[in-house]
Ligand binder design. Structure first.
Ligand code: PLP
Length: 821
C-alpha cells in the first residue's frame, strides 16, 4: 500500500491510539509467520476460530514490528517501548474498514469478478492480456475471502491504472461486506455451480447473493446462455440501473455473438460485435476454458481494447497453474515449482513456502527477470534481494538481462545468467544437493526446462497430496474442540501413507501441539528434517531408548519393564524429569496398564526421579460405530477414574487424552485436555455427511492403447475376456505399487476423462489394464485410481477392508507430489 500515517489509519477504522504514534506504514499483514520486513508493517491481530493473532504480538515486537491493530490491549504494553497500538472492537471489521477507506482514494477502473468457477483464471488471463499496456493490480492467487479481499485491495499503489479483484462467498451476508471494499465499476459473473451450496437453500438464492457485488457497478458482463445467471442478472440490474453487457454462443440475443469452429488443437471463435467481425484463435478446446476466454473477450471489447484481440494475444494465453508443487529433486533436494506467475506478491507467498521446508538448511531461489512490474528496475531487484534475505534464501540464481545487470544488489552467494539456455549449459545436477529449490520464472523464460532438469525422474504414477485440504481438515477438527483443548496429530506410518516431514512441517507451521509416530526411527527422521515440536513415540523399542533421548522423543510407556528400563537409561544419561506418556488399557486390550496394574505403576513412578509423567492416555476400540457406544462410554468412565487416581497419587498434573478422529466427531464430552487426530486429517470421517476434503489422489497415465476382438484375451491367465470388439488401455500401476490384486477382473474401476473404466484381467506387478471401449481416450490421458471419485472409502469397501489399509498400502516407490493451491 502507499505509505499511510498511523493517525490516518486510526481515523479510518475508528480506533484509539495507544503508545507513540510512529510515522507511517506501507503494508498490512495478519500472519505473524510471514512478515516480510518489520519496517512499515502494520499487524492486524485477527481472532479466528482456531487462532488468535494477539498471541503473537510479543514475538512480533521482538522481530521489531512496531505497529499493531488489536481488540485486546496487551497487558505488558508498558514493556513494548516504541510500539503503537490502534485499539478497535473487532480487528477483522477494522481491516475491512481500512480497505473500504483505502479503496476510495483510487479513481481507476476496478473490475470485480465472482462466480463459482473460473474466477481466478479469468482474473489471471485478463492480467496476461492487459499488463503490457496498463499497470494492473490484482488479487494474489485466490485471495477472495473476507480476509483475502481487504489484503488484495490494500496492495493498490499510486501508479496503478487498473485493478482486478475476485470475490468468493459461502454464506449469505458476506457479499455485502466485500462489495464496498472492491467497489467494482465493471463486474463479471463467471458461472454458477454447486460449490458452497450447503449454506444456500437454492441456486437462485446463491446467484442473487453473488450479484450484490455489482449493486453500484456501471456494467455487468455475463453470458445469456446460462439461464439461471442471466435471469437473476436481468432482475438485479433492472433494480440498480447497471448496464448488462452480454455474450452468447447459442444464438441468444446478446451484445456479442459467438460462433465456434474446431481448429486442430484448439478452436477459433468468430466474434460479432457492433457489426464488426473478429476471428479469435484459442489454444484450447474444453468448454470451461472457452467460457473463461469469452468473459475476457467481452471485457476487452467493452473497454474498447479490441486491438489487443486482433493481435492474436488470446492464442498466447497460458494455462493458469493453480498450485505450487513440491517434488523430490536430484541428490536429496526438494523442488518447489511455482509457475503460477511472476511478480513480487506471488514471490512473497512462494518464498514463505520455501522457508517452511525446514528439512533443508540450504535454500536456493532460481528467479528470472520480473517483467512488467511497473517498478523502477533497481528498486525492484533491491526488493527481490531484501525478500530473499528475509526469507532465509542461502543462494540466488538470477536469469535474465535485468537481474544480471543488478547482480550487485544480492549479498548472498549468487550466480547470474543472461538466458535460461546459458544456465542449463553451465549447470550440473551435482551443483544441487540436500537443498530446497524454488523456481520462479516469467513465462518467457521457459523455466519448465529447469524443472525437468532438476526433478528426480520416477514412473508416472504419483500420489498427489493436497496440503490445503490437510489444513482444511485440521481446522475442521479444531472447530470441534472446546477452547484450550490441545491437539496431537498422528503422523505414524509415513503419515498414513502421505509423507513424513512434508506433512509434519505443515502441522508444525499450523501450531499443532504434539506429533505421534509409531517407531523411534520415524521420530528421528522428523528431527533430522528440522521438526522441533514435541513428538510421542507409540511403540518405543528397548534398543532405541538412548536414541530417543538424544533426539528428544517422548516414549509411550505401557508396562513396568519399559518404565524401569527407560528410567534407568535417562538416569544413566544424567537427566531428570524426562517427559513420558503413560498408556492405560481401558478396554482396547492392545497395549497399556489395566486398572489392576495401577498400584504397581504408582509405586514405580513415585520411586523414579528421572522421569515425569507428561500425559496419560488410552485408546477407544469402537468410537466410530454407534453399536459400541455403551462400551465406549464405559471406556471413558474407566479412563476418568484411573487418571483421577493417578493424579491424586502422583500429586502433579498431566495431560489426559483418549479420543481419536471418530472419537472427536462423536464424543465431544470426552476431550479431556488433548485429542489425537489421525485419519480425519487425511480426509476420512466416521460420519456420512462431513465437510472433510479429499487429501490424496492416486493417479497415473495411459501408456498404451490397443484394440482387441472377442476371441482374444487380456493379461495373465488369459482372465480378461470381452464380448465385443474392445479397446484396452495399459496403466503403469500394479500390485507392487499397492494396487490390491483383489481389484482385478472388474472388481475395481478407475476414472478417465470423467468416466468409470473397469479393470480388465488380472492386475500385474507393475501394470494393469482397463477397458476403455466406451470412453474417448488417448495415450497420455490421466487416470484417477482414487481421489474424489473413486473414493478411498469405495475402494476399501470393495476390498472388504478399511480406508487406513488402502492409504498406508501405497508403496514408497510411488512418488508423492505435494501441492498448495
Ligand atoms: C492411530 C492412533 C490414533 C489415531 O486414530 P484415527 O482413527 O486414525 O484417528 C489415535 N491414538 C492411537 C494410540 C493410535 O495408535
Amino acid at each position: 500500500m502507499d505509505a499511510t500515517k498511523i493517525t490516518e489509519i486510526a481515523n479510518a477504522i475508528g480506533g484509539t491510539i495507544y503508545g507513540e504514534a510512529n510515522p507511517s506504514v506501507d503494508y498490512v499483514t495478519i500472519d505473524s509467520r510471514t512478515i516480510n520486513s518489520a519496517k512499515g508493517a502494520l499487524f492486524f491481530a485477527i481472532k479466528g476460530t482456531h487462532q488468535d493473532g494477539h498471541r503473537f504480538i510479543a514475538n512480533l515486537y521482538e522481530k521489531e514490528v512496531r505497529a499493531f491493530v488489536v481488540s485486546d490491549i496487551p497487558h505488558d504494553l508498558a514493556k513494548m517501548v516504541g510500539a503503537v497500538f490502534i485499539v478497535v472492537e473487532d480487528t477483522l471489521d477494522a481491516l475491512q474498514r481500512l480497505a473500504v477507506w483505502y479503496r476510495k482514494q483510487y479513481h481507476i477502473p476496478v473490475i470485480g469478478i465472482t462466480g463459482s468457477n473460473g474466477k481466478t483464471i479469468v482474473k489471471e488471463w485478463l492480467y496476461q492480456l492487459l499488463h503490457d499496456e496498463f499497470q494492473v493490480v490484482r488479487s494474489p492467487r485466490s485471495f477472495n475471502s473476507q480476509v483475502g479481499v481487504p489484503l488484495s485491495v490494500l496492495l493498490l499503489e499510486h501508479n496503478a491504472q487498473l485493478a482486478i479483484f475476485e470475490a468468493g462467498i459461502s454464506l449469505s451476508g458476506e457479499m455485502e461486506r466485500l462489495r464496498p471494499m472492491i467497489a467494482p465499476e465493471i463486474g463479471i459473473i463467471t458461472n454458477l455451480g454447486q460449490a458452497h451450496q450447503e449454506n444456500f437453500s437454492t441456486m437462485e438464492e446463491k446467484v442473487r447473493e453473488k450479484l450484490i457485488l455489482f449493486k453500484n457497478s456501471k456494467v455487468l458482463i455475463c453470458s445469456v446462455d446460462n439461464d439461471l445467471v442471466y435471469n437473476a442478472a436481468l432482475a438485479a440490474t433492472k433494480l440498480t440501473g447497471t448496464q448488462l453487457f452480454t455474450w452468447s454462443e447459442k444464438g441468444g440475443e446478446a451484445d456479442i455473438i459467438v460462433v465456434r469452429r474446431s481448429l486442430g488443437k484448439g478452436v477459433e471463435l468468430q466474434v460479432t460485435y457492433e457489426k464488426r467481425q473478429l476471428q479469435i484463435p484459442l489454444p484450447f478446446s474444453d468448454a470451461a476454458s472457452i467460457e473463461n476466454s469469452l468473459h475476457c473477450i467481452a471485457l476487452l471489447l467493452y473497454l474498447g481494447h479490441g486491438n489487443i484481440l486482433e493481435r492474436g494475444s488470446m492464442s498466447n494465453l497460458a494455462p493458469v497453474a493453480m498450485r505450487m508443487e513440491l517434488k523430490e529433486a536430484v541428490n536429496g533436494s526438494t523442488l518447489i515449482n511455482d509457475s503460477y506467475n511472476s511478480d513480487i506478491n506471488s514471490l512473497t507467498i512462494a518464498l514463505d513456502f520455501l522457508k517452511n521446508q525446514v528439512q533443508h538448511s540450504a535454500r536456493t531461489l532460481i528467479i528470472s527477470d520480473i517483467l512488467q512490474s511497473g517498478k523502477e528496475e533497481v528498486a525492484l531487484y533491491r526488493e527481490v534481494s531484501r525478500l530473499a534475505v528475509a526469507k532465509g534464501v542461502t543462494k540466488v540464481i538470477g536469469i535474465g538481462p535485468a537481474i544480471y545487470k543488478n547482480e550487485k544488489l544480492f549479498p548472498q552467494p549468487a550466480e547470474f545468467f543472461l538466458t535460461t539456455e546459458a544456465f542449463l549449459a553451465s549447470a550440473s545436477k551435482s551443483d544441487f544437493r540436500d537443498e530446497a529449490i524454488l523456481i520462479k520464472g516469467s513465462r518467457d523464460f521457459g523455466f519448465e526446462r529447469i524443472s525437468a532438469f532438476l526433478e528426480r525422474k520416477v514412473h508416472t504414477t504419483v500420489l498427489d497430496i493436497n496440503l490445503n485440504a490437510i489444513i482444511h481438515n485440521l481446522n475442521h477438527f479444531r472447530g470441534l474442540l472446546h477452547p484450550g483443548t490441545m491437539l496431537m496429530a498422528m503422523v505414524k506410518a509415513f503419515s498414513y501413507g502421505s509423507g513424513s516431514y512434508e506433512i509434519a512441517s505443515v502441522l508444525q507451521f499450523h501450531r499443532v501441539n504434539y506429533l505421534a509416530v509409531a517407531f523411534a526411527d520415524e521420530g528421528v527422521a522428523l528431527r533430522e528434517a528440522g521438526i522441533t515440536m514435541p513428538i510421542l513415540v507409540l511403540n518405543p523399542e528397548a534398543g532405541s531408548f538412548a536414541t530417543m533421548v538424544e533426539h528428544k522423543l517422548e516414549p509411550e510407556i505401557f508396562n513396568l519393564t519399559s518404565l524401569t528400563d527407560f528410567a534407568r537409561e535417562v538416569e544413566h544419561l544424567g537427566m531428570q524429569d524426562y517427559p513420558i506418556h503413560i498408556k492405560l488399557d481401558t478396554g482396547m486390550h492392545r497395549l497399556g496398564f489395566i486398572s489392576e496394574h495401577l498400584s504397581g505403576l504408582i509405586t514405580a513412578l513415585k520411586s523414579s526421579r528421572s522421569i515425569l509423567v507428561k500425559s496419560v492416555f488410552a485408546h477407544l476400540a469402537g468410537a466410530d460405530e454407534a453399536k459400541h457406544d455403551a462400551f465406549t462410554l464405559e471406556q471413558i468412565t474407566i479412563f476418568e477414574k484411573n487418571t483421577a487416581l493417578l493424579r491424586q497419587e502422583l500429586g502433579y498434573d498431566f495431560i489426559r487424552h483418549t479420543l481419536n478422529s471418530s472419537g472427536i466427531e462423536r464424543f465431544p464430552q470426552a476431550q479431556f485436555d488433548m485429542v489425537r487426530l489421525g485419519i480425519g486429517l487425511y480426509g476420512i470421517s466416521a460420519l456420512p455427511n462431513n465437510p472433510l476434503r479429499v487429501v490424496s489422489t492416486l493417479k497415473s497415465t495411459i501408456v498404451q492403447i490397443k484394440d482387441i476382438s472377442p476371441d482374444e484375451s487380456v493379461g495373465y491367465g488369459r482372465k480378461g475376456r470381452v464380448d465385443r470388439p474392445s479397446r484396452i488401455a495399459t496403466i503403469p500401476i500394479g500390485y507392487a505399487d499397492g494396487l490390491n490384486r483383489l481389484l482385478s477382473n472388474g472388481v475395481g474401476s478407475f476414472l478417465i476423462r470423467g468416466h468409470r473404466v473397469p479393470i480388465i484381467g488380472n492386475i500385474c506387478m507393475d501394470l494393469c489394464m482397463v477397458d476403455i471401449t466406451d470412453v474417448k481416450a488417448e495415450e497420455g490421458d490421466e487416470v484417477i485410481i482414487f481421489g474424489e471419485t473413486p473414493s478411498i472409502t469405495e475402494m476399501a469397501e470393495k476390498l472388504n477392508t478399511i480406508p487406513y489399509e488402502v492409504l498406508t498400502g501405497i508403496s514408497r516407490r510411488v512418488k508423492r507430489v505435494y501441492f498448495q493451491e
